[in-house]
Each structure stands twice: as structure tokens, then as C-alpha cells.
Design a binder for this molecule. Structure first.
Ligand SMILES: NC(=O)c1ccc[n+]([C@@H]2O[C@H](COP(=O)([O-])OP(=O)(O)OC[C@H]3O[C@@H](n4cnc5c(N)ncnc54)[C@H](OP(=O)(O)O)[C@@H]3O)[C@@H](O)[C@H]2O)c1
Length: 392
């Protein structure tokens, strides 16, 4: 295990940060993109970690030693102190069962960034706000695409309207992309089951992959059907942005695959996925099968009021390679966290950034569209990698 020197003071970019940046899950799909992006801003300060020393070491070699490595298991607290030694900022790009690791980080004054889309976990970490304030650390949650960019799109819609009543968030994922095992496992886990939603001010249960909605996504002319899915953004923005109704739906670039999955959920076939053997088989199959593109779209269709009249607004971001894009956005959040003066707290991305501030630091590859019905007011476009360029 390498022990990188403790880093204090100015980074190459001129901002200040204190200690190493530890990326848990740093050799996974998302984590690797975070590491790659951060090494240019904070050379000599990035450390990747996971449970497998060989993989961590191989990743460090891939980066020609510019990235150090450590081992850490989020479920084994005995492995945390050594891994956190000299670390000032922790970025978690892996699933974890509870908020104990976040509490350990924030409690010792480490900044904490998490890409999780699990509402229950994020609520537990959010409750650590007093701890963060006491120890002078900052926690940023809902980082990535969904949650992440979706939260920022809702915030953008709220700013654009005089009153925002309702948002329908759609996440379209490309089945042609090699998604990471942890991301696939999270999606499979959430294919079945119910979660709470609020409709007309009343809380009710909604089944995963039910409640279809037709949507025409940015850049497309043919509609698609998307189905309810338990991404955390819909729960978060109701509280943080005061949206009365928020619902997130999922679809895939292949309309047939989306339909088949929803039909399997409706007929109960997907309940089989809960059986351990079936789950294993599904994970293995999903990790290997590719039958689509690597395109993603996140879109917010908002309803509210503007200048005394009912108004709807659509804003969307599209791009390629969702895992990598998640990592790039996460790195931008870390950079902002370390270069701006930030008040100690635990908050979600929308309290911390807005789309425009992200745009100044992003580049390449994400296209963002924002339109009022009938007239495209803004069209933001860049080429294929992951910088988000938004006009003023
Ligand atoms: N917010 C968003 O928009 C968004 C988008 C995509 C993905 N995600 C989330 O990002 C996370 C990573 O996804 P991914 O596609 O990068 O998955 P991945 O390629 O499977 O990477 C996961 C990484 O976490 C490590 N890991 C797993 N369990 C661990 C543990 N107990 N302790 C320490 N490290 C552990 C893995 O290494 P070892 O197994 O060797 O330990 C691996 O390096 C997932 O939680 C996914 O849900 C969020």
C-alpha cells in the first residue's frame, strides 16, 4: 500500500485544499472517471481505494503512478482509519448499507461526496449535518446524473418559472454502454418493490416500473414510455426545492427492452429476480449484454405558473457514456468544493451549485436543451465527452 504525502495548500489550479482526495470505488466505472478528471487539477493528491489491492494497484499503474492506492471496505470499520489517514476529502462511488462510513469521515473533519441514488441512505447521511457543522466538514449528496444533474434541472425550472408545481423527471439510459457492476446491481435491486410518492398532497405507494408516462425526449421526435423508478431525486427536490409533486421515470434507449421489463414487472415475472440465483444470473447477463447505444438523456418536464398564466417548461441534458459522465460531474463538484469557500454542512447538489456554475467548469459532450412550448429558448450543445456548456 502506498502512503501518499499529506498535501496542504494550493493545488495547481490555484485553489486551496487540505489532505488527500480518497475515491472509494476509485477503480470502478464512475470512480475511475473521477480520478482521471481530478488528477489534472490536484496532481499528487488523488488516491483510489476499494476492497481489492490488486485492482487498486493496477489502477494506480494505469495512471502511471500519478494516482496512489489504498484498500478499504465500506462494510468493515476496522479498515477505515488507515485508509483515511491524511485524507481531507472522500468521494464514495460504491454502494454501502448505511451512513456509518459517512459519519466516520465527517466526524473527523473530512469533506464527503457521494454519488448514491438511494433515498434512504441519503436521508441518513443528510441527518449528519450537525456533525459536519461541528467538525467543519462539508458533505455533498445527490451527485452525478440522476440524482445530480436532474436536481439541477429542477432547480433551473424553478428559477425560470414564477411558481413550480410539478415535475416529471425522465432518465433514459443506453443499453449499449458497459455499466459498472455496482450500478447494474443497484438498478436490479430497484426493479421490484414499492416506494412512497406524493400525489395531490397525499402520500401513496407506487410500484417500481408502474405508472407509465409518454414523453418526447430532447432531440427526439418519436415519443417513448417511461416508468416509475426509485431514484432519490424525486424525494429530495420535494423537500429541498419545495416542489409539490415530483416523479422520476426510467426508460432505456431500446423501446422494446423498456416495454419487456415493464411487462415482466406487471406480470410478476420480475419477482423471480429476488431469488438469489436468478439475481446472480441477471447481474451476469446485464453486465455482458449490449443491445443499444451509449446515449443517455435526463429530462425535466415542469408545470407551474409564469406571469400569471399556467406554463410548462422542459429542460434536458443528453450525452454519452453515463458512468463516465457521472464521474466527470462528480469531479467538478469536488473541484468546486475544494476551490470555493464553502460553509460546513451536509447538503444536496442543488444547494451547492446551479446549472450555470457547472457549465463554467464543464466541457465536451453533454447537450442541454431548455424550451418553453413552441419556442426553443436555449439550445446548449457540445460534442461527445463530458463538458456541459451552457450559454448565459
Ligand atoms: N448519481 C448517478 O447519476 C449515478 C450514476 C451511475 C452510477 N451511480 C452509482 O455509482 C456507484 C458506482 O457505480 P459503478 O458503475 O462505478 O460501479 P462499479 O464499476 O462496479 O464500481 C464500484 C466500485 O466500488 C468498489 N466497491 C464495491 N463494494 C465496496 C465496498 N464494500 N467497499 C469499498 N469499495 C467497494 C468496487 O471495487 P471492489 O468490488 O473491488 O471493492 C468498485 O471499484 C454505484 O453506487 C451506482 O449506483 C450513480
Amino acid at each position: 500500500m502506498t502512503t501518499p504525502p499529506r498535501n496542504r495548500g494550493n493545488s495547481s489550479g490555484g485553489g486551496t485544499h487540505d489532505g488527500q482526495i480518497l475515491i472509494v470505488g476509485g477503480y470502478g466505472h464512475v470512480g475511475r472517471a473521477v480520478a482521471e478528471t481530478l488528477t489534472s487539477s490536484f496532481p499528487g493528491s488523488v488516491v483510489v481505494a476499494g476492497r481489492d489491492a490488486h485492482k487498486a494497484q493496477a489502477c494506480s499503474r494505469d495512471f502511471r503512478g500519478k494516482v496512489a492506492w489504498r484498500t478499504l471496505d465500506l462494510t468493515r470499520s476496522a479498515s477505515w482509519p488507515a485508509a483515511l489517514d491524511g485524507v481531507g476529502t472522500v468521494v464514495v462511488c460504491a454502494e454501502q448499507p448505511d451512513a456509518r462510513f459517512a459519519a466516520a469521515c465527517l466526524g473527523r473533519g473530512c469533506n464527503y461526496v457521494d454519488v448514491s441514488a438511494s433515498h434512504v441512505l441519503l436521508s441518513q447521511i443528510e441527518a449528519l449535518d450537525p456533525l459536519a457543522r461541528r467538525s467543519g466538514a462539508t458533505g455533498v449528496l445527490s451527485v452525478g446524473l440522476a440524482p445530480g444533474l436532474t436536481n439541477l434541472l429542477v432547480k433551473h425550472a424553478k428559477k425560470s418559472l414564477d411558481r413550480l408545481d410539478k415535475v416529471d423527471i425522465t432518465v433514459m439510459l443506453g443499453l449499449g454502454e458497459a455499466h459498472g457492476a455496482a450500478a447494474v446491481a443497484w438498478t436490479l435491486k430497484n426493479l421490484v418493490g414499492e416506494f412512497e410518492t406524493v400525489v395531490n398532497g397525499r402520500t401513496r405507494s407506487v410500484r417500481s416500473l408502474s405508472d407509465p408516462r409518454r414523453v418526447t425526449l430532447a432531440g427526439e421526435t418519436r415519443g417513448r414510455t417511461a416508468y416509475r423508478f426509485n431514484f432519490s431525486d424525486q424525494h429530495t427536490v420535494r423537500r429541498t426545492l419545495g416542489v409539490r409533486e415530483a416523479a422520476t421515470r426510467l426508460c432505456f434507449d431500446s423501446r422494446l427492452s423498456t416495454w419487456l421489463l415493464a411487462a415482466s414487472a406487471r406480470t410478476g415475472v420480475l419477482n423471480l429476480a429476488r431469488l438469489p440465483l436468478a439475481e446472480q444470473a441477471l447481474r451476469a447477463t446485464s453486465a455482458r449484454l449490449r443491445w443499444g447505444t451509449d446515449t443517455f438523456v435526463v429530462q425535466v418536464d415542469a408545470e407551474g405558473e409564469l406571469r400569471g398564466e399556467a406554463c410548462s417548461l422542459t429542460c434536458a441534458v443528453s450525452g454519452h457514456r453515463e458512468g463516465e459522465a457521472t464521474g466527470r460531474i462528480t469531479a467538478l463538484v469536488v473541484r468546486h468544493l475544494l476551490k470555493a469557500s464553502v460553509t460546513p454542512s451536509v447538503s444536496h447538489i442543488e444547494h451547492f451549485l446551479d446549472l450555470a456554475s457547472l457549465s463554467r467548469v464543464c466541457k465536451n459532450g453533454v447537450t442541454a436543451l431548455c424550451s418553453f412550448p413552441g419556442s426553443l429558448v436555449n439550445f446548449y450543445s457540445v460534442d461527445r465527452s463530458f463538458q456541459l456548456l451552457l450559454a448565459a
